[in-house]
Design a protein around this ligand. Sequence first.
Ligand code: ARG
Length: 615
Amino acid sequence: TEHDEYMGSLKAQLAKLFEVSLKVTVPNELDVEPLVAACNGKFGDYQCNNAMGLWSKIKGKGAPFRGPPAVGEAIKNNLPSSEMIESCSVAGPGFVNVVLSKNWMAKSIQKMLIEGIDMWAPLPPVKTAVVDFSSPNIAKEMHVGHLRSTIIGDTLARMLEFSKVKVLRRNHVGDWGTQFGMLIEFLFEKFPNFEDATETAIGDLQAFYKASKQRFDADPAFKERAQQAVVRLQGGEDKYRRAWARICQISRTEFHKVYQRLGVHLEEKGESFYNPYIPGVIEALNKQGLVEESQGARVIFIEGINIPLIVVKSDGGFNYASTDLAALWYRLNEEKAEWIIYVTDVGQQQHFDMFFKAAKRAGWLPQGDSSYPKASHVGFGLVLGEDGKRFRTRNTEVVRLVDLLDEAKVRSKAALIERGKGEEWTEEEIESTAEAVSYGAVKYADLKNNRLTNYTFNFDQMLNDKGNTAVYLLYAHARICSIIRRSGKDIEELKNKGTLVLGHKDERDLGLHLLQFAEVGTMTRFAPCFLTRARFYRVYQNFQVVEEACTNLLPNVLCDYLYNLSEIFSKFYSNPECKVIGSDMETSRLLLCEATAVVMRKCFDLLGIAPIYKI
Ligand code: ARG
């Protein structure tokens, strides 16, 4: 199949060649892992950094080398010949530098143009993954934290899907719990015929929640009824189930509007879904001897953490953690997921840490984090307002998501009209462009930051058409499309009949960056040759960790790649020596423009941003 033919990133392909060389160079050292990194430096494009480490292992054991540089020299000489390599050299204490062949690079890019960008998809070691994201709570407003979860989770899901992983996009909505007793009783009071009550009659569910809470706190009789309602709901009494379902449905409609606008697809399996599984799961853990009694509650102790994970509350009820345990059990055993990714704010880190450890104790997950099945918590920081405090509107309410999207759109539309598009474009074009640009801008502003840091929400910044913003990138892409259109050439025909050549340095730089798309997340720009040995190992080790973390879980790496791509393209395009239209290299350069546009569009796609084609 197509997938078996996958060659891997440049780095992976080179690593395969070096692996062969290492076996020949040091036949007695088993399983030496080739250390290959992009260095994009003046000595080469990639570097193999095994010589020093190997030297310290083999010296004094009668190996036929006189020091790391000699080991490097041997690694170089034993490298199998390959179309992809133009030349190799050894530098400093044995770094083997590789210069890639321009011909091979050009051919590879053209092949991608013909066969499609899917051939550059990475190949992760799992078949099925769950991405648990967005996950707002019923009857509460979706706030900016849920926006972050929705945006980050969607991107992670898209990256995995691109890599042909079957992704179960799970909306773990908070649709269960004691607050429903109060909501249901309040619903009965306000709308005796609650099933006929329309969404608009109930209106703002958040206000409804507040009002019922007030009633709950003020009237002991109501409180009593609400507590009864919880019992009757959990007992499955029909009227209570129907009232609960009605409330969930109203919330769902609201959530759905946001997802639709953001173009995010989710499948709801809320907390209530896992409820029937909880008793069995807890019983199984109990049989394993993991569940203990503590202050009336049933808990699991976790090594190194002084508070235990409560799995049954002292009143016998279940909680967030019980549900998460049941959900994890279900995902592993029923859905056969090998990677389960949870996207929430970092505030929940301890919860996940504890419950993953409990799952490891139970033997559901392997010890350590490098084998599968694996559970990962993808945490993110707060969204801040310009005052540096938690993002709120003037009346200190949480910011409503839809309002943010509305405002971004209004601003984008105004900017388009200011650019004179009002006369040139149809109303529909303006609308759809404003939407693509504004929603793209909101997403990109979030994704471009390292997700763990807080980020400041600022419309002026995110909607700026200069700098590292979606607007700038979308315009850059639209301009490339217009270059191709203006040429009047049929690009599909050129892909097959023309030839792409990387003659000029700026063309080669662009080509290399395009080819490195496949290793987004594994890229590094440090140059080990300038580091001392101790520092080199420290940096390198760090880098390994970063690389691991990047395997689909740090969208900002993809944003950096995209931004760099656009900058490198600009350098090429603005160089008079690289004139496109009308030059004798026109065909080749148009193909390079097209390849850039294709890769940019794939990045947009992975980031959940809709491209625009003209500006
Ligand atoms: N509903 C939770 C919240 O709003 C997020 C749920 C995350 N997913 C999970 N499996 N715990 O904070």
